[in-house]
Design a protein around this ligand. Structure first.
Ligand code: FES
Length: 78
């Protein structure tokens, strides 16, 4: 499904970029050009990020509005 009409970017392309290491909205904007024209796709891009499990603290999406539970792992001090 096309998420960004202006740049012809699909959700599959966004997921592929995330799988390759893009983990912030800014990186997706830089790599794919999403939300750099009219900007109407920003919320949809953030939705795809959240569905993919990208950390809310870096993308600005509140996970409480999504049914997918998010687990944060903390490393214990030695
Ligand atoms: S739809 Fe993505 S910038 Fe216009």
């Amino acid at each position: 499904m096309i998420v960004c009409v202006c740049k012809s970017v699909s959700d599959r392309k966004i997921r592929a970029s995330i799988a390759e290491g893009a983990d912030t909205f800014d990186e997706l904007q830089f790599e794919l050009g999403v939300a750099t024209c009219c900007g109407k796709c920003e919320e949809s891009v953030r939705d795809v990020m959240a569905q993919t499990g990208v950390c809310a603290s870096r993308c600005g999406v509140e996970h409480s509005s999504y049914p997918v539970p998010v687990t944060f792992y903390h490393q214990k001090a030695a």
